[in-house]
Design a protein around this ligand. Structure first.
Ligand SMILES: *[C@@H]1O[C@H](CO)[C@@H](O)[C@H](O)[C@H]1NC(C)=O
Ligand SMILES: *[C@@H]1O[C@H](CO)[C@@H](O)[C@H](O)[C@H]1NC(C)=O
Ligand SMILES: *[C@@H]1O[C@H](CO)[C@@H](O)[C@H](O)[C@H]1NC(C)=O
Ligand SMILES: *[C@@H]1O[C@H](CO)[C@@H](O)[C@H](O)[C@H]1NC(C)=O
Length: 415
């Protein structure tokens, strides 16, 4: 009997090879480009664009000037996509200038950031906002922004973050494929040294990812003095470090630090996973995850402490009231914008433009349907609040052909 090759499989293989060749070529040329281009330039001039502020609301007395020059160090798996949406809307509303990535949604992560990775970058150009994924590199970021720019970032309990990263990126980290058993997460954390290979492809997703994102070495032992030095560095460089596990409180502190209005802080939770796709971790497993990610755990503990000290300074009562107000305003927007069922799985999202990006092999990330009867004055705001990151960046003019090509490949060939 002759063996018949499946024509669909052959098709997939040919297409897959083609896509990989194109992307490989792209990565090679782009890498070369950024190396040759990174000569040192003068830092940018101090300009603060005009921002119109309402100064007539009795509830919010404006006594400060809103900050418009911002560096948001977007960490992975920390609720940072929701924050990105807030920043993109603020920037658009106030006609601020974004330093956007070129043809993808990050600045060549996991490579270090270089300003030549910014779309249409020319020496001497100055921006208001930098907010896409990158591996932080302070001197390069600083050269894009006025000297008064506010730097902030967001951290998450490394136990939760590890769980999220382990699942979301598993297809990108080949060393996780050979972990046996049903609960790979637990197996890995019980015997990390059996499974972890620091030289393996994308291994940074498996250890101290926050340290890595912030530009530091991610294999340091907790006792290493460089862990302490790195934490001190973050404390000096960033005006504010938010805590993802207390999202609303974080936004209120941010609003206060940036002198923004409650209107600017409204949000819907974006890029969340279906509850069934989140594995619950026992206290023992959490402890193992924190021990394994010791540098991140130390980092987190430090900034969790400074966070609550800031809440204290802000006023506990005042914080509670403001969080309640933010809840109320978000619920109001939800009633106006979102179709009754709340967050839904991708296949139930009717408008293709509203479908979120999915990890390889499974559609666990939730999105939303817009209500059909949104009053005219809210329709644009609703749409923007619910637009996923990739589509929003495309709307802002980032040509994401490489990301779209990869997305197509991922959804049609890999699954
Ligand atoms: C807001 O109004 C107060 C009182 O009228 C004034 O002192 C203050 O400068 C105003 N703030 C801004 C940002 O315009
Ligand atoms: C402030 O005044 C402007 C112009 O008079 C008005 O359009 C706006 O709605 C007012 N804002 C608030 C929050 O009262
Ligand atoms: C780093 O070490 C110094 C000196 O031992 C100590 O005072 C400081 O609190 C440490 N910082 C952190 C973030 O642990
Ligand atoms: C963060 O700090 C608060 C206040 O000190 C504390 O109650 C909480 O347990 C800390 N969280 C973690 C995960 O350590």
């Amino acid at each position: 009997m002759r063996k018949r090759t499946n024509p669909r499989l052959t098709h997939k293989l040919i297409l897959g090879t083609l896509v990989i060749c194109i992307m490989g070529f792209y990565c090679f040329t782009a890498q070369t480009h950024h190396v040759t281009n990174s000569v040192s330039m003068a830092s940018c001039a101090q300009v603060t664009p005009h921002v119109h502020v309402w100064n007539n609301s009795s509830a919010e007395k404006v006594t400060c000037k809103p900050k418009v020059n911002l560096m948001f160090m977007k960490t992975h798996k920390t609720g940072s996509s929701t924050m990105l949406n807030i920043l993109l809307r603020f920037g658009e509303k106030n006609q601020l200038k974004f330093a956007l990535p070129h043809s993808r949604n990050d600045f060549f992560y996991p490579s270090s950031f270089f300003r030549s990775q910014v779309k249409n970058y020319r020496p001497g150009l100055c921006y208001n906002i930098v907010c896409n994924h990158m591996r932080f590199n302070a001197p390069e970021v600083e050269k894009l922004l006025p000297g008064d720019a506010a730097f902030f970032t967001i951290l998450r309990d490394p136990a939760e973050l590890f769980e999220s990263s382990f699942h979301y990126y598993k297809a990108y980290v080949p060393q996780t494929w050979r972990i046996p058993g049903k609960n790979k997460l637990s197996e890995f954390l019980t015997y990390p040294n059996r499974y972890f290979n620091p030289e393996g492809m994308n291994s940074f997703y498996l250890r101290n990812l926050q340290f890595f994102d912030l530009g530091f070495e991610n294999h340091l032992e907790v006792g290493d003095p460089r862990v302490n030095e790195s934490i001190e560095y973050v404390a000096k460089r960033f005006q504010l470090v938010l805590i993802s596990d207390h999202y609303e409180e974080s936004l209120i502190l941010l609003k206060d630090a940036l002198c923004w209005q409650m209107d600017d802080m409204l949000f819907f939770k974006l890029n969340a996973r279906r509850a069934v796709a989140v594995s619950s971790m026992s206290p023992e497993l959490k402890a193992k995850a924190r021990e394994w990610n010791g540098a991140d755990w130390k980092l987190y503990q430090h900034f969790n402490a400074t966070f609550w000290a800031r809440v204290e300074a802000y006023g506990r009562r005042r914080m509670e009231e403001d969080v309640r107000e933010l809840h109320r305003r978000n619920a109001e927007m939800e009633a106006i914008c979102i179709d009754g069922r709340g967050a839904v799985v991708a296949e139930d999202i009717t408008d293709g433009h509203m479908k979120p990006w999915q990890p390889i092999g499974e559609a666990t990330i939730l999105g939303y349907n817009l209500r059909a009867d949104i009053p005219q004055q809210f329709s644009e705001l609703c749409r923007k609040m619910l637009t996923p990151e990739i589509q929003y960046l495309t709307d802002l003019g980032v040509n994401l052909w490489i990301t779209r090509l990869w997305g197509w490949f991922k959804d049609n060939v890999l699954s």
